[in-house]
Design a protein around this ligand. Structure first.
Ligand SMILES: Nc1ncnc2c1ncn2[C@@H]1O[C@H](COP(=O)(O)OP(=O)(O)OP(=O)(O)O)[C@@H](O)[C@H]1O
Ligand SMILES: [Mg+2]
Length: 260
């Protein structure tokens, strides 16, 4: 298993954020992670990336427990960082290089990967950021920064992609392009969070649902079944009963909002 979680609990600032999570992600699987604000999607993705550690239970990566001392071992650390890439929800926390070109080259250089120039060219082209290669990332628009951050994560060509709301702040064409690109990455394991129910099914056939104040997963199964399950969507807060007007007729019905 790429990831195996057993009874994972994680506290931050003395408060429980994740509770009693047990699931596995198989190599090559695409999993979409859903849940309203504050349910711990970002925390879970950071835990899968070995940036925060469970307070209870364990997370294993190909059978190796993801624990601080293991990640301090140079050989494991290098392998893990080469194999697993995380796109931060807040890309401003990721971008720190003087130019976009350096940003995309950073990962491959750090890991001593071959063909750095070629990787920069290819991934800049893929995400349409070639015109910005010489500019400082902090000058770019939100969506442009997101595309640079995606190019920076993908230039390492990780076997496992952890993507935290990758389509948020992308324009519709860029979001569609990203969905297509991910669909075409055969063999890559992807765990991706989103608030956008209309792309959830395209991002992953399997969906995991976190719900506020609830331990465990409210759903671990096909994403099409989740998206069609009004009761579950309402229970988890992803859909809500909503009164509004269509012309002169006021009425109420269940309603899903796409957040992006
Ligand atoms: N460093 C921290 N210290 C204390 N609490 C934290 C910290 N980071 C996150 N939290 C809390 O953990 C909970 C989960 O946060 P997280 O960012 O993982 O949620 P999320 O599902 O990604 O939300 P969103 O949809 O807004 O991105 C929140 O209630 C948040 O306040
Ligand atoms: Mg988040």
């Amino acid at each position: 298993m790429t990831f195996a979680l057993e009874g994972v609990g994680l506290d931050l600032g003395g408060r429980p954020v994740l509770r009693d999570l047990t699931f596995s992600v198989a190599p090559g699987e695409r999993v979409v992670l859903l849940g309203v604000n504050g349910t711990g999607k970002t925390t879970l993705l950071k835990a899968l990336d070995g940036l925060v550690f469970p307070s209870a239970g364990r997370i294993a990566y190909h059978g190796v427990p993801l624990e601080a001392p293991r990640l301090e071992e140079p050989a494991f650390r290098r392998r893990f960082r080469a194999e697993v890439g995380l796109l931060f929800q807040n890309v401003d926390a990721m971008l720190f290089n003087p130019t976009v070109a350096d940003e995309i080259a950073f990962g491959p250089r750090q890991l001593g990967l071959p063909g750095v120039e070629e990787r920069v060219e290819r991934w800049a082209e893929t995400f349409g950021v070639t015109p910005f290669l010489d500019r400082p990332p902090f000058e770019l628009s939100g969506g442009e920064k997101k595309r640079v951050a995606l190019a920076a994560v993908l230039s390492v060509e990780p076997r496992v992609l952890l993507l935290d709301e990758p389509t948020a702040s992308l324009d519709p064409a860029s979001a569609a392009h990203l969905v297509d690109l991910l669909a075409g990455l055969a063999g890559t394991t992807v765990v991706v969070s989103t608030q956008n129910l209309s792309v959830a099914e395209e991002l992953g056939r399997r969906a995991l649902l976190l719900a506020p104040g609830r331990p465990g997963l409210l759903h671990d199964g096909p994403s099409d079944a989740l998206v069609a399950d009004e009761r579950l969507l309402v229970e988890s807060g992803l859909a809500h009963r909503h009164a509004h007007r269509h012309g002169a007729a006021a009425h109420a019905h269940y309603h899903v909002h796409d957040a992006e």
